[in-house]
Design a protein around this ligand. Structure first.
Ligand code: B3K
Ligand code: ZN
Length: 875
């Protein structure tokens, strides 16, 4: 396996101006004829010696240069390349290759999904379709003709505009598409199959009419409205917030059941995992609706941040992904509760990205090297990358950031660029030096901010001393300080916000401000402070760091109840709950009995019965830190103690506050039929959260309430809200409810995925045996990524206590499945390895068992490089 290094980048030796492709489509054998107009790159380094085209799993049928069949001595076919040693400066290359979509279980390139043929080319799938310079800095205009039997594939789609259609002999037909925008090969797409469309229209800000087409299987036509409405909202939002208008006449989305990730932003022809398109009240939860809006937005926003301006090379991936994550987060925040959206995003970052950044797979937002680029579509590149953009927006302010975005679009439209160009546009627009800021792209690891303070009553001055450090990560033993925004305020002991005047400043009466940190240690002195204040730090989570400040319980309660920043209010509660649970973990480990402090129960009661609070926010505030996040904070992770301590807290609260939970649950009861956009999703979340607390002690009345809600629910949110606690309960109702659910929904893939996940994430002790039995369920398929994630992924990534069973059986199970997946779908197999990468964080026995499984994986003959890279770095 060859390591690709960022510093080795050289411009391509040849460029491709136009691409003409003709597909004779057939699931077993598809013929691809390509006609490429090539010329030597004037910017190449040195003279162009040979042409090396990428190609994988292709059978070459014929090859012509400038219309003449190439003699065998003028080219050679290698395992992953087609090499022409001595081509002219400018020439036409025509190749015919044969591929087999039906045998393509890797789901990269052209493959079969249900009633259609479809493609996935990012990052390097185009080379599985035809020989090409498959790299993002080679941009061309594509003209594509699809030929297929009309009965099997009445719909023939490709990027751009349909310029010709017609009938052919033997019941075949064809369609020709032209995409006028130059694009890299990774944005290429075709879809052919038996599909129907939901059609709509959008009028852009300049008055252009865009056709919107959403293609699905006939049976799913009734589940498209939310995706279509989300698309229109996203299009309007990008115009209003960023002045970006759509550029083609048609925007198409196709939903497919077999897909390696969420969705793909192919120019004018997005291909989506059907779970991010299809929704109806009966089959989709509020969270599903939310996720659809987010992913639809994300792919749409890529049209400007990714497609019009793309990446020079794959090391720059966060140029498009971090930026587009930031854009979709802001879109969702504008569509719903901004504070709740921020809390949800921070939760994900801290439970998944922090864990990645703290282990052997840690890498900078702009990585230095990779074996398999698909492994770098990571939490770090996406979500930490999004936080980095957010920090720029905070540092520059809304106007400066918008100016920077405008300048970036103006300068680089139509180009393939680096992260440097983006940051330079921000620096130029904001008139600022962002040289030090670039360290966020180059240094891995989560920085730690340690804050101490000192109040001097005599001078009424208050000092905040901020130290930053960052732990070592692979290949980066020493770190330099980061440039980061620390948003903050100061509260007096009544919870009132104090004016923030730094010494040397006059006037200014702001109650919230952004301090800029650049040094390893800095002191900020505030003047005119009447009493020792409580600092409110990292408002809106202004930087992706771990904050250490020694708050007392009273101070946390003050922040929880009085701070003006909802994120800080929420975080104060999480810190407090985390302390309580981790203290109980210690008690349990040392064989002491567990008891919950009265003050904690009291504070929880106050919050729960506070009618003034927004319910969606309340539901977040009443949710205890996740087991994985608690684990992150322990020196040596003890999955059993964490689970038991957290459950003990839940059950104690459920018992002692039963009346309050019942009241709140009743107050949130629906008054009419469910509508996903009725603004009551926060209510439903809170109601289901109350139910789960009531269920925690496992009392029969609670079980009856859950079973009752399960049977009467008219929507999936409430159905799952009841079934989830039932699935975790050792009672006869459990089996009955799960059976009823399956019987009702066995024809619906998306819901059956939920059914697998409910069982895989149950904390009952017998879960692993159930999961193993479910592998033999007729609905389980190793070839369908959603199904694999719903069972194997859910068990190993969302069921800490059962996966890490002390016997090691969970580890053996996962390694077995990875080895099975290795030959079917290497990308999915590699994703499944991540839980093993955390082995160093556990006790010696678990360490040894996890390492043994990693070694077993590494010893497998024919291990895909995707899996090899993750396993080798982990071990
Ligand atoms: N750009 C795609 C992800 C492609 C992943 C390739 N392994 C979806 C997205 O981020 O929008
Ligand atoms: Zn993306």
């Amino acid at each position: 396996h060859v390591e690709i290094r960022r510093e080795d980048y050289t411009p391509p030796d040849y460029l491709i101006e136009t691409v003409e492709l003709r597909f004779e489509l057939d699931a077993e054998t598809t013929l691809v004829s390509s006609r490429l107009a090539l010329h030597a790159n004037p910017d190449r380094v040195g003279r162009a010696p040979e042409l090396r085209l990428d190609g994988e799993e292709l059978k070459l049928i014929s090859l012509q240069l400038d219309g003449v069949e190439l003699a065998p001595e003028r080219y050679r076919v290698e395992e992953k390349h087609l090499v022409i040693p001595d081509p002219p400066e400018r020439f036409i290359l025509e190749a015919v290759t044969e591929i087999s979509p039906a045998r393509n279980t890797a789901l990269s390139g052209l493959y079969v999904s249900g009633p259609m043929l479809c493609t996935q080319c990012e990052a390097e799938g185009f080379r599985r379709i035809t020989y090409f310079l498959d790299r993002p800095d080679v941009m061309a205009v594509y003209r594509v003709t699809l030929v297929a039997p009309k009965s099997k594939a009445p719909v023939l789609l490709a990027n751009g505009n349909r310029i010709e259609t017609g009938e052919l002999p033997d019941g075949r037909h064809y369609a020709t598409w032209l995409d006028p925008f130059k694009k890299p090969s990774y944005l290429f797409a075709v879809v052919a199959g038996d599909l129907v469309a939901l059609n709509d229209r959008f009028t852009t800000m300049s008055g252009r009419k865009i056709n919107l087409e959403l293609y699905v299987e006939q049976k799913n036509l009734g589940k498209c409205d939310h995706a279509m409405a989300s698309l229109k909202r996203a299009m309007r939002w990008d115009e209003e917030k960023f002045g970006r208008e759509y550029d083609l006449d048609t925007y198409m989305i196709v939903a497919v059941d077999d897909f390696n990730m969420g969705a793909m932003e192919n120019k004018g022809l997005n291909v989506f995992n059907s779970r991010y398109v299809l929704a109806s009240p009966e089959t989709a939860t509020d969270d599903d609706y939310q996720a659809i809006e987010e992913v639809i937005g994300h792919e749409y926003f890529h049209n400007w941040t990714g497609n019009r301006i793309t990446c020079r090379d794959w090391f720059q991936l966060s140029l498009k992904e971090g930026l587009t994550i930031y854009r979709d987060q802001e879109f969702s925040a504008d569509m719903q509760s901004r504070p709740v959206k921020r809390i949800t995003d921070v939760r994900l970052l801290r439970s998944s990205q922090f864990a990645e950044d703290a282990g052997p797979l840690a890498h900078p937002v702009r990585p230095d090297a990779y074996l398999e680029i698909n492994n770098f579509y990571s939490m770090t590149v996406y979500h930490k990358g999004g936080e980095v953009i957010r920090m720029l927006a905070t540092l520059l302010g809304p106007d400066g950031f918008r100016k920077g975005m405008d300048l970036y679009f103006e300068r680089h439209d139509g180009q393939a660029v680096r992260v440097d160009e983006f940051v330079q546009a921000m620096a130029d627009a904001g008139g600022r030096d962002l040289g030090q800021f670039m360290r966020w792209y180059d240094q891995a690891g989560t920085p730690v901010l340690t804050v101490t303070d000192h109040y001097d009553a005599a001078t009424r001055s208050y000092q905040l001393i901020v130290e930053q450090s960052c732990p070592a990560t692979p290949n980066q033993p020493e770190k330099k300080p980061f440039h980061l925004p620390l948003a903050m305020g100061l509260l007096d002991r009544q919870g009132r916000e104090l004016p923030l005047r730094l010494s040397g400043e006059t006037g200014g009466d702001s109650r919230s401000r952004v301090l800029e940190l650049r040094e390893a240690q800095e002191t900020f002195t505030f003047t005119g402070v009447p009493e020792k204040p409580v600092p409110s730090l990292l408002r809106n989570y202004s930087a992706p760091v771990k904050l250490r400040y020694d708050y007392t319980e009273e101070e946390l309660v003050l922040l929880m109840t009085h701070d003006s920043d909802p994120f800080v209010r929420w975080e104060a509660g999480q810190v407090r709950a985390g302390q309580v649970i981790l203290d109980l973990v210690a008690d349990r480990q040392q064989g002491r009995g567990m008891a919950l402090e009265d003050s904690f129960v009291a504070a929880f009661r106050t919050l729960l019965t506070d009618a003034k609070q927004d319910r969606a926010f309340l539901a977040e505030a009443l949710t205890l830190p996740a087991e994985s996040y608690l684990a992150e904070q322990m020196e040596v992770i003890d999955p059993d103690a964490i689970f038991e301590a957290r459950e003990f807290v839940r059950a104690t609260l459920g018992t002692r506050l039963a009346a309050e939970f019942q009241q709140t649950r009743a107050a949130c009861a629906p008054s009419g039929p469910y509508r996903p956009d009725d603004g009551l999703s926060g209510c439903r979340r809170l109601r289901n959260l109350c139910l789960s607390y009531l269920m925690a002690p496992g009392s029969q009345p609670a079980i009856d309430a859950a079973f009752g809600q399960f049977r009467s629910a008219d929507n999936m949110t409430d159905s799952i809200g009841a079934l989830m606690p039932l699935a975790g309960c050792d009672c006869p109702e459990r089996g009955e409810a799960l059976r009823m659910f399956y019987e009702k929904w066995k024809g619906d893939r998306g819901v059956v995925d939920k059914w697998f996940t409910l069982q895989a994430t149950s904390r009952l002790p017998g879960t692993l045996s159930e999961v193993i039995a479910l592998l033999d369920h007729p609905d389980f398929e190793f070839t369908n990524p959603n199904r694999v994630r719903s069972l194997v992924g859910a068990f190993s990534q969302s069921n800490q206590v059962r996966f890490h069973d002390a016997s090691g059986a969970g580890y053996r199970f996962l390694a077995d499945q990875i080895l099975k997946l290795n030959t079917i779908n290497p990308q999915i197999a590699a994703r499944m390895v991540t839980p093993f990468s955390r082995w160093r964080r556990f006790d010696a026995k678990r360490q040894e068992m996890m390492k043994k499984e990693l070694e077993r994986i590494l010893a497998e003959p024919g291990l895909a490089k995707d899996v090899y890279e993750i396993a080798a770095k982990s071990v």
